[in-house]
Structures are given as structure tokens and as C-alpha cells.
Design a binder for this molecule. Structure first.
Ligand code: UDP
Ligand code: MG
Length: 153
């Protein structure tokens, strides 16, 4: 099964939206195979957001991502990278469609509640960046046969 990285950003922690986002993930039928709270620093953010390091807003982004701890989650499911990007919505919360996490809970292009990996390749790199192998769990949810057809798993 495919895996993706989700980060509940400080905007989720500080606004008490952790349960709300986790609820959506669980209700969708996505499996949580790793979850921990951690404090990010500039070093890891320079790697994670390497495509944005030269942008003028980068120092502000670092500030917003380090102001409180975050919760990182490894999510598993069929096509979960694309599925969870869809649930997350557009980067700017003001443009994100209602029904998405950002569309429902964010008014900002920066304070946008969650990170979601954008490709299978990046998901693999990002999961390895934030989790040690023994922090990830391989298990088969008992309700799997009610989440998927036999030929989907
Ligand atoms: N970001 C920002 N200003 C921008 C674009 C992005 O502060 O103009 C922040 C925002 O928090 C976003 C993160 O940088 O979620 C990563 O940007 P990316 O373009 O990868 O968007 P995402 O994949 O999160 O939708
Ligand atoms: Mg991105």
C-alpha cells in the first residue's frame, strides 16, 4: 500500500484542530501507520522546503513552522498521496475549495493547517526525513475488507 506524509502544522495545534483533521483521515478509511509530536527547526525545514529556500517569505515560513511543535503522521492507503492531497486542498486556504481541510479551516496561504506530500517519490523521501524505521508500523486494519473491494488490495 502507498504511504504519504502529513504534518499537522502549528496552525492546527494552536487552533485545536488536531482531532478534526485526524477524524477526517480516519473517516476516509486511511490507515495511520506512524504518528508523533516533534519540534521542527530551521535545518529540517531547509530540507523539507528546499524548493522555497530562496523565496522572500521563507524566514516567515520557518517562524510559522517552529512557533510550536507539530504532529507528523505517516498515512497509508491505496493512492493515498493523491487522495490526501485532494482532501488537503489548494495551498492558499482562501482559494481552497470548501470541503477540503484548508478550504474549511484556513484563510491563509501560509497558516494552512496541514502539509501533504505531493508525489509518491517525495512521500518516500519525506517519511524517511521525519520518521525512524522503528517509528512506523506495519499492520492490517481489521476492517480492510470493508474499505476496499478484493481486487483493490
Ligand atoms: N507558502 C507560503 N507562501 C507562499 C507559498 C507557500 O507561506 O506563497 C508556505 C505554505 O505554508 C505552504 C508551504 O509554504 O503550505 C509549502 O509550499 P508549497 O508550494 O509546497 O505548497 P503545498 O504543497 O503545501 O500546498
Ligand atoms: Mg508542497
Amino acid at each position: 500500500m502507498e504511504r504519504t506524509l502529513c504534518i499537522l502544522k502549528p496552525s492546527a495545534i494552536e487552533r485545536s484542530l488536531v482531532g478534526e483533521v485526524v477524524k477526517r483521515i480516519e473517516q476516509k478509511g486511511i490507515t495511520i501507520c506512524g504518528m508523533k509530536m516533534m519540534q521542527l527547526d530551521e535545518k529540517i525545514l531547509r530540507e523539507h522546503y528546499s524548493h522555497l529556500v530562496e523565496r522572500p517569505f521563507f524566514p516567515m515560513l520557518v517562524e510559522s513552522m517552529t512557533i510550536s511543535p507539530v504532529i507528523v503522521m505517516c498515512l497509508e492507503g491505496k493512492d493515498v498521496v493523491e487522495v490526501f492531497r485532494g482532501m488537503t486542498g489548494a495551498t492558499n486556504g482562501r482559494k481552497a475549495v470548501p470541503g477540503t481541510i484548508r478550504g474549511d479551516f484556513s484563510m491563509s496561504g501560509q497558516q494552512n493547517i496541514v502539509h501533504a506530500s505531493d508525489s509518491v517519490e517525495n512521500a518516500e523521501i519525506e517519511i524517511a526525513r521525519f520518521f525512524k524505521p522503528d517509528e512506523l508500523f506495519d499492520y492490517t486494519p481489521g476492517m480492510l475488507k470493508f474499505l476496499y473491494a478484493e481486487d483493490e488490495i
